[in-house]
Design a protein around this ligand. Structure first.
Ligand SMILES: Nc1nc2c(c(=O)[nH]1)N[C@H]1C(S)=C(S)[C@@H](COP(=O)(O)OP(=O)(O)OC[C@H]3O[C@@H](n4cnc5c(=O)[nH]c(N)nc54)[C@H](O)[C@@H]3O)O[C@H]1N2
Ligand SMILES: Nc1nc2c(c(=O)[nH]1)N[C@H]1C(S)=C(S)[C@@H](COP(=O)(O)OP(=O)(O)OC[C@H]3O[C@@H](n4cnc5c(=O)[nH]c(N)nc54)[C@H](O)[C@@H]3O)O[C@H]1N2
Ligand SMILES: [Mo]
Length: 826
């Protein structure tokens, strides 16, 4: 899986769709292969991860962005356009850290504390090129990390990380990254269990669920928030589905320590069950035990379609460890009453039940066990492969239940340059074109890698070695916001000889970089995108609305220029001789050709671009009826799963052979290091769910922050009884701390969260006070634990931390997170 991107996962899976069953959901638009000529009233049609947008421009300023598609459920992110372009947080010019500029080959000063000096683009390019080449010559490609994980803007051409890697490949190779933060644990365990990654795949469709499911379980899943975006652009059908589900009268059960926006949205139409965080395996085992005890597990299904149930069952019944995992046992761990657990078993058994699960619960220590146990429970219910039954792990993400259309699909810029286009001019000794990835590390082990060059570690059954990284380039990610244990990361960062950041805004990552390159936002350049990761429902232009602000440029232009610095003629090699619009034309023509093969007519590019319209792809009745695992269920011999047994593996011999204590051979309740069950006096468990008002750290600076900030800080949800014990009221500034760090947050005292837990949403920008080092904005990763989920996946374990909370009695420390650093404030 080296270097495989989410996009490639999607491409490989989203397009394939089988068939069975019947149905159609109410507002699904009908056939349309012609461009939709809706009214744009002089507005500019563009798009972003949050959907197709209409942009309004006045006097060269972006003043408004709104959804271009009809919608019933509000998407808070669609209005952020003007803030994205016009904000004080923008990086205006190329900047270099003062202590770095003083002596680039032996940098002075402390990253994160230094001031910045403005330089010209030419000076910046020259400096980057000199130091990059020095480091490459000295340490080789193994010394240069360009894994650069992140949710940069979408678009077929302006794909930040890919453009960086394309440049690094041309320069002679780089260290890449494996997996992602999103589903680090689940995407690695699932192939052992069901033979595919599951988390980024077309689900049994929304229409089929609408027609056939009686009970829908939202297990640790908050789709009303998380469906606001998609990796390409959101098609909006998921929010519409949940809106329909609410009105459908079906039984909806939500299992979440937080009464999330989704649960509030369902109101009386859903039942909320609140386990302690990190205890879902125990909860599912309590249900599974109840099924076995009452002889309600589907023995026939288990026999025919699964492997290793007996080993698991012996463990469930306590035969292997003396602990019976019954509902009473589960109650003690989860805080969910045993009676309720038994009712769940009964309800699931009697009804066509779809177990939908989100991902927050696998972003935890031993995260692999959660989804494995849910698959096991679904197997015991025997409904996998039936319309509306079984499990689904992407209903809350990128509209995973929206049926795949017959479509012309856009390709995108590649990290490797076309064979034949490599004929460069002067290839100096360290240029080794197309070498690509020379090593790769699990994306969330970056700090560990910096701390331990040469260390061997286990990953997915292999022994790997950390490279000795001397230079890091981040392009399109917020690593100082997204990575766990920020203070530890900041310490490890000091060992680098060079850190470069290509960014639009003065993020914490930019404020820790030596060289900072100002990039334009997606509203300042032209691009194209598919809309709907699985559905390919639309193809939309992403039109430039305003000129590039200040001296910012696109990543494409920056790496084109830098390639010319690598060697004469480098730009032409990097760009393959195409400019922005020529690339878009090229991509479009490939989509058009693909469309023709699927009998989808698309206008020619010039016409399409001039029309200021999106194209809606053709509804496919067969795809609309797709039922996941239907073919396997129909004939498991002819359609086996990609596991060693060809069946669902409840016990895995392969995992047994790895002999990992943190990921045993069948789903297991493993007690976490930091969770409610291990909390000492006064400690609370920190959850870090995704926000309704941000895409991670993006838009934290935007106007919409006024809707949620409390006392000028990121809010912390705290249960009223926990707050009362500490004398905390809504609106108070509180100090949240543990041995790793401390942050100030604004108290939101509530009954919307399970007692014993608190939540600060991920993505709040770290903002360290220079005197006392406290984060003034409430960045939760200052507090989180930087350990691997297990040595199987090395996924991040962001939702596994204990903290203490107290009323802040110190000076009011204002947030400066969104201000440029010293030297860049002019
Ligand atoms: N505690 C905790 N931590 C978490 C999580 C959690 O649940 N809890 N979730 C994790 C998950 S699932 C994820 S995916 C990560 C997300 O982590 P990231 O993907 O790193 O987060 P973003 O804030 O989306 O960062 C994208 C950055 O790219 C910049 N950008 C946008 N467009 C462009 C462009 O065109 N060019 C360039 N050069 N830059 C651009 C934006 O300004 C922004 O700073 O966070 C992880 N971290
Ligand atoms: N608006 C918005 N949408 C987004 C994103 C965003 O930042 N903002 N990020 C996108 C990305 S990259 C990703 S990976 C996905 C993330 O999608 P998810 O990972 O599913 O999102 P989270 O908010 O982390 O978690 C979902 C729910 O799980 C609950 N939860 C947390 N821990 C536990 C637990 O131990 N047990 C149970 N039962 N529930 C638990 C949380 O309270 C939350 O309500 O969302 C995507 N969509
Ligand atoms: Mo993610």
């Amino acid at each position: 899986m080296t270097g495989i991107s989410r996009r490639r996962f999607l491409k490989g899976s989203g397009a394939t769709a089988g068939a069975l069953a019947i149905a159609s959901i109410q507002p699904m638009p009908a056939f349309a292969s012609e461009p939709k000529i809706g009214r744009t009233d002089g507005k500019i049609l563009t798009a972003g991860r949050m959907g197709i947008l209409l942009a309004e421009v006045k006097d060269g300023k972006l003043v408004k962005t709104t959804n271009a598609l009809p919608q019933t459920v509000e998407n808070h992110l669609q209005q952020t356009g003007p803030s994205q372009v016009h904000t004080r947080a923008r990086i205006k010019y190329p900047m270099v850290r003062k202590g770095y500029l003083a002596n680039p080959s032996n940098p002075q000063g402390v990253r994160g504390k230094d001031e910045y000096v403005r330089v010209s683009w030419e000076e910046a390019y020259k400096l980057v090129n000199e130091q990059h080449s020095r480091i490459r010559k000295t340490y080789g490609a193994e010394g240069i990390f360009a894994g650069s994980y992140g949710w940069h803007s979408s678009g077929a051409l302006h794909d930040a990380r890919t453009l960086l890697q394309r440049y690094m490949g041309l320069a002679g190779g780089y260290v890449g990254s494996l997996g992602d933060y999103s589903t680090g644990a689940a995407q690695v365990i699932m192939p052992y269990v069901v033979g595919s990654i599951e988390v980024y795949e077309q689900q049994t469709t929304y229409p089929v669920v609408m027609e056939h499911s009686d009970v829908v379980v939202l297990w640790g899943m908050n789709p009303i928030n998380t469906l606001e975006i998609a990796w390409t652009a959101a098609d909006g059908q998921g929010l519409e589905f949940f809106h329909q589900l609410k009105k459908s009268g079906k039984t909806v059960i939500a299992i979440d320590p937080i009464r999330s926006e989704t649960i509030e949205f369902f109101g009386d139409n859903a039942q909320w069950i609140a386990p302690n965080p990190m205890t879902d395996v125990a909860l599912a085992m309590g249900i599974a035990h109840t099924l076995v005890k009452n002889n309600k597990h589907d023995v026939k299904f288990i026999e025919k379609y699964t492997h290793g149930f007996n080993e698991f069952n012996a463990y469930l019944l306590g035969k292997t460890d003396g602990v019976v995992k019954d509902s009473a046992w589960a109650e003690k761990i989860t805080g969910v009453p045993a009676k309720q657990i038994e009712v769940l078993a009964d309800v699931f058994y009697k009804n066509r039940t779809m177990l939908m699960a989100g991902w927050g619960m696998q972003r935890q220590q031993f995260g692999e066990q959660r989804h494995w146990m849910i698959v096991t429970l679904a197997a015991m219910l025997g409904q996998i492969g039936l319309p509306g039954g079984g499990f689904g792990f992407s209903y809350h993400y990128s509209n995973g239940g929206n049926p795949a259309r017959d479509a012309g699909i856009l390709p995108s810029i590649s990290s490797s340059i076309n064979a034949g286009a490599n004929a460069g001019g002067d290839t100096s000794s360290w240029l080794n074109t197309g070498e690509g990835v020379v090593n790769a590390l699990p994306v969330a082990r970056i700090t560990e890698a910096l701390e331990n060059p040469g260390m061997q570690y286990q990953h997915n059954g292999h022994t790997l070695t950390y490279p000795d990284i001397k230079m890091v380039w981040w392009c399109g990610g917020g690593n100082f916001t997204h990575h766990q244990d920020t203070n530890r990361l900041a310490r490890a960062w000091q060992k680098l000889e060079l850190s470069v950041v290509s960014e639009i805004y003065w993020t914490a990552a930019a404020k820790h970089a030596d060289i900072v390159l100002p990039i334009n936002s997606s509203f300042e350049r032209n691009d194209l995108t598919m809309v709907g990761d699985y559905s390919s429902q639309f193809l939309s232009p992403m039109k430039k609305a305003v000129e590039s602000q200040y001296e910012s440029k696109s990543d494409f232009d920056v790496f084109g220029d830098l390639s010319e610095h690598l060697f004469k003629g480098g730009r032409a090699v990097y760009t393959e001789g195409r400019d922005e619009m020529e690339w878009l034309n090229h991509f479009y023509q490939i989509a058009q050709k693909g469309g023709r093969n699927s009998r989808v007519a698309m206008p020619n590019f010039t016409h399409f671009w001039k029309e200021n319209q999106y194209i809606e792809m053709k509804w496919n009745e067969k795809n609309a009826k797709f039922v996941r695992y239907a073919e396997f269920r129909e004939d498991p011999t002819m359609n086996p799963l990609g596991t060693p047994s060809g069946k669902i593996e409840i016990y895995s011999k392969t995992l047994a052979s790895y002999n990992l204590p943190d990921c045993p051979a069948h789903p297991t309740w493993l007690e976490p290091t930091e969770y409610t069950g291990s909390a000492k006096e006064g400690e609370l468990q920190l959850m870090t769910a995704h926000s309704a008002y941000r895409l991670h750290s993006q838009f934290n600076y935007a106007d919409v922050r006024e809707k949620y900030a409390i006392a000028g800080k990121e809010p912390i949800l705290i249960h009223k009884d926990d707050a009362a014990k500490r004398g905390i009221k809504t609106g108070d500034v509180v100090r949240v701390f543990n041995q790793r760090g401390q942050v100030l947050a604004g108290a939101d005292v509530t009954d919307r969260i399970k007692q014993g837990s608190v939540c600060i949403h991920e993505g709040a920008w770290p903002d360290f006070d220079p005197e006392i080092g406290i984060c003034r904005n409430g960045g939760p990763n200052v507090l989180t634990l930087d350990i691997p989920a297990s040595r199987l996946s090395n996924g991040c374990a962001a939702n596994s931390a204990l903290v203490k909370v107290e009323k802040w009695v110190g000076d009011a420390l204002e947030t400066h997170a969104f201000e440029p650093p010293k030297g860049a404030d002019a």
